[in-house]
Design a protein around this ligand. Structure first.
Ligand SMILES: [Zn+2]
Length: 167
């Protein structure tokens, strides 16, 4: 074996050892990107998609019952435990779960009968007007729990004009 061959052989051996080490580090020691994504704890995922707490809901529930009353907006029935329905379902619109302009009082039966993908607004003009008054005078409601004040104003005017046409 010549000197030249020995140097070449040593260099090649070092090269292969280096390659092997890089391989081990990349595929065994460092976790794969897919694994990183799937090992995020479930709790963290929930936090990313939650827009409010139980306390927020209790506050909103009380406000909605005060503004709309304790009767079902659809059938007029009154129960001990009225339901607060999401006009736009929270399954489709999670960001509207804690928005007062998306809530209405229903009885248990009417709420259960309402299809999950149907968006029916049972609020009358006076409910909307009372809600507008609350939003405009309550800074917390306006800042934190209102989705779209402009839309609420437009909706109120439209319902009012419809009432006028009906006589
Ligand atoms: Zn009802």
């Amino acid at each position: 074996m010549t000197e030249y061959q020995r140097i070449l052989l040593t260099t090649m051996s070092y090269f292969f050892i280096l390659c092997f080490l890089i391989y081990v580090v990349l595929f065994y020691i460092l976790p794969k990107p897919a694994e990183v994504l799937t090992t995020i704890p479930a709790q963290q995922e929930i936090k990313l998609t939650t827009f409010g707490t139980k306390k927020d809901w209790q506050y909103l529930r009380k406000k909605v019952l005060k503004i709309q009353g304790r009767h079902c907006l659809k059938c007029g029935k009154k129960q001990d435990r009225m339901h607060i329905d999401h006009i736009r379902p929270k399954s489709k619109y999670p960001h509207l779960e804690f928005k007062i302009d998306n809530l209405q009082v229903l009885c248990g039966d009417c709420n259960r009968k309402k299809s999950f993908d149907k968006e029916v607004d049972y609020r009358s003009t006076h409910h909307l007007m009372a809600l507008l008054k609350e939003v405009k005078t309550n800074k917390l409601i306006k800042r934190k729990y209102t989705h779209n004040l402009k839309h609420l104003e437009k909706l109120t005017i439209a319902k009012f004009q419809k009432d006028l046409r009906k006589g």
